[in-house]
Design a protein around this ligand. Structure first.
Ligand SMILES: [Zn+2]
Length: 373
């Protein structure tokens, strides 16, 4: 592989230590971003673009900003019109998304593909990756939009703040370098896998858009990635995708790609459409997608949450029940102090049931089928 790393080995050693130097060189040689990220879960001595961990590959500048954070900027005379964030490992045990990001990065480092749009790759929670858990202390995907400020110190609190800063710098840089915002379109695909089975294996959560219409072209893009079940968000949240959508008008989705499996046990062929379409997007190639048609989708709108109020909360949904399972009208789904939840609408379905949440938190999201006009 040919890339002109601008620092000598000695300079690198001075910045981050000999162990880092060796690991970084290994990354340059192999493109193995997972290993580098896992080896330095807490980060490096020097972070941000000033750390000078940049190299050129196939007419793009690649900068390692921090552990799990890799920026790729095309060295083009034409201004790129898209800024794209592709994130994984916001939940550390969700390995398929990590392997998708790994695939894209190794293809870039090996010069198999040429990136034409600014792209920020993220492996969100290296500490949780190393312990093969969803998170160490707090669910990182509830901590964005400043919600990290409200919790006690822990790794996820620190990491949420960092991720917000990197994403914000990334989108703002494109804005600063162009005359008006409208010249650059922002994108953020936050890739996950789900804890339980799903009636629809792959699905995406489209963050709440306020008064803005749902973007049918984006829905078609999701379908072309193999994701034709879409759940429309019903209000502001602390998720990573909502953060980019609300603050930077990014086309943004939380994408659930199937069930959680350990490293090495994912059938990557199952994710080839996603990997290929993301590659086409960052390389400015034709996106093979059809015009939007309701009949090609399972669309759901959120009705609201079943919230656990007290320790007396009981949920009548088994651990083996799939996401998007629907119940007949009048079915009792939960009881709590002085209250119960019964379904009231045809097709009413459950998503993300979890009785083990804390008091005041969502135990189930209730959804119902919908179509777009
Ligand atoms: Zn997840």
């Amino acid at each position: 592989m040919q890339n002109d790393n601008t620092l000598t080995s000695q300079e690198l050693t001075d910045i981050n230590g000999a162990e880092f130097n060796q690991a970084y060189q290994q990354f340059l040689n192999t493109g193995d971003f997972i290993s580098l990220t896992r080896q330095f879960e807490q980060g490096f001595t020097q972070t941000g673009q000033s750390n000078q961990l940049s190299f050129s590959v196939n007419k793009a500048k690649v900068s390692l900003l921090d552990t799990g954070i890799l920026l790729v900027e095309p060295e083009s005379s034409v201004k790129p019109s898209k800024s794209i964030v592709i994130s994984s490992a916001i939940h550390g045990n969700e390995t398929a998304p990590i392997e998708i990001v790994q695939q894209l990065i190794s293809d870039i480092v090996a010069q198999k593909i040429q990136v034409k749009h600014r792209t920020l790759f993220i492996m969100g929670n290296p500490v949780a990756m190393n312990i093969a858990k969803r998170f160490q202390t707090e669910n990182l995907n509830r901590l964005f939009c400043g919600k990290h400020q409200t919790i006690a110190p822990c790794y996820e609190k620190y990491r949420a703040k960092k991720l917000e800063t990197y994403v914000s710098d990334f989108f703002n840089t494109a804005r600063d370098e162009n005359i008006s915002d409208s010249e650059v379109t922002n994108y953020h695909y936050d890739l996950h896998t789900a804890i339980r089975d799903s009636k629809h294996e792959k699905f995406a959560i489209y963050p709440y858009q306020g008064d803005k219409p749902w973007d049918k072209e984006q829905l078609s893009f999701m379908a072309s990635c193999g994701v034709n079940t879409i759940l429309f968000g019903h209000g502001p949240t602390g998720t990573f995708s909502y953060y980019s959508s609300a603050n930077f008008s990014a086309h943004s989705f939380t994408v659930e790609l199937g069930k959680v499996r350990p490293f090495g046990e994912n059938n990557m062929a199952n994710f080839s459409a996603m990997t290929e379409q993301l590659t086409a997007l960052i390389c400015n190639e034709d996106l093979l997608q059809k015009d939007f048609d309701n009949k090609n989708f399972n669309l759901y709108t959120a009705l609201g949450d079943i919230t656990k109020v007290s320790e007396r909360f009981k949920l009548f949904i088994g651990d083996d029940v799939s996401n998007f399972t629907d119940y007949p009208v009048g079915t009792l789904l939960s009881t709590d102090t002085d209250q119960e939840y019964r379904t009231t609408l045809p097709g009413e379905s459950i998503v993300f049931p979890n009785a083990k949440v804390g008091n005041g938190q969502r135990a189930v999201l209730m959804v119902v089928p919908t179509t777009l006009t």
